[in-house]
Design a protein around this ligand. Sequence first.
Ligand SMILES: C[S@@+](CC[C@H](N)C(=O)[O-])C[C@H]1O[C@@H](n2cnc3c(N)ncnc32)[C@H](O)[C@@H]1O
Length: 285
Amino acid sequence: MSKLDSADIIEGQRQDWNRVAGGWEKWDWFFDEQMAFLNHRLVADARLRAGMQVLDLGSGTGYPALLDARTVGPNGSVVGVDLAERMLAVARRKATVLGLSNVTFCTGDATTLPWDANSFDAVTSRFCLMFLPEIPKAAAEIARVLRPGGWVATAVWSAPERNPSIGLSMETIKQVVDLPPPDPTAPGIFRLAKPGDLSGIMQQAGMVDVTDQEFWAEWSYASAEDYYTSLMEIAAPVQNLMAKLSDAQKQEVKHRITRAALKYRRGNSITFPLAVRMVAARKPL
Ligand SMILES: C[S@@+](CC[C@H](N)C(=O)[O-])C[C@H]1O[C@@H](n2cnc3c(N)ncnc32)[C@H](O)[C@@H]1O
């Protein structure tokens, strides 16, 4: 990928995530309720302990940086990096409400980190790395800034067929409008879904003890309507696809997505399976 393409993609990502920051703040309570277990899993995979210095890449509205900060305690510290200033503004507000003074957030690109080699005891990252145009470069940066023996723990989305809450929206939009098939090598939600992709990149960056596991869970929305609204308000890639549709096509997509979501009704809620690829690795001693 040329430098120019990368710069364009990064600028597009910055704009996309700044645009949906208000939606993330609105739905924050929901993601906190439904996805906190992933933060705990990342904290465990990164082997976080009191007093550690931690870097979180693509923190968005503070996941898992805020749990990292609680875990390392007052003698430790966490820096969260993200392209999107408006997402970080939400994260900062949440840190203040939680009374966490050992976490800071700064804008930046995960592929060019401004810290010296061996600056951090651990690195975490949730749902960010697949959006990068140059993932191997980010892995090399992670390997550089980690101290020898330090762990990186990452979560990325696994395959669309095992993540219907995302996959069905994409499929439904494709039923209504002709879209070119996505380039599997282009940055996007499912770019790192395949086993071995991210773990292979970590190995190439010189990391050892690499693990790569598909982790299954579920999440529940109160209604199909809630599911549709939150999807449209937080999922920047889905918003980008919707922007290509006429008003009539948007209505048709809404009708089809909410109807398809009803297949996942269980009791009073809509419960989707989800599958996340958890990749962890250690910098050699
Ligand atoms: C789906 S959000 C995830 C946010 C948060 N980690 C979470 O799990 O809720 C993806 C985040 O990655 C950030 N991001 C995308 N490309 C990035 C890059 N090259 N460097 C840093 N952050 C990036 C976006 O700005 C966005 O906030």
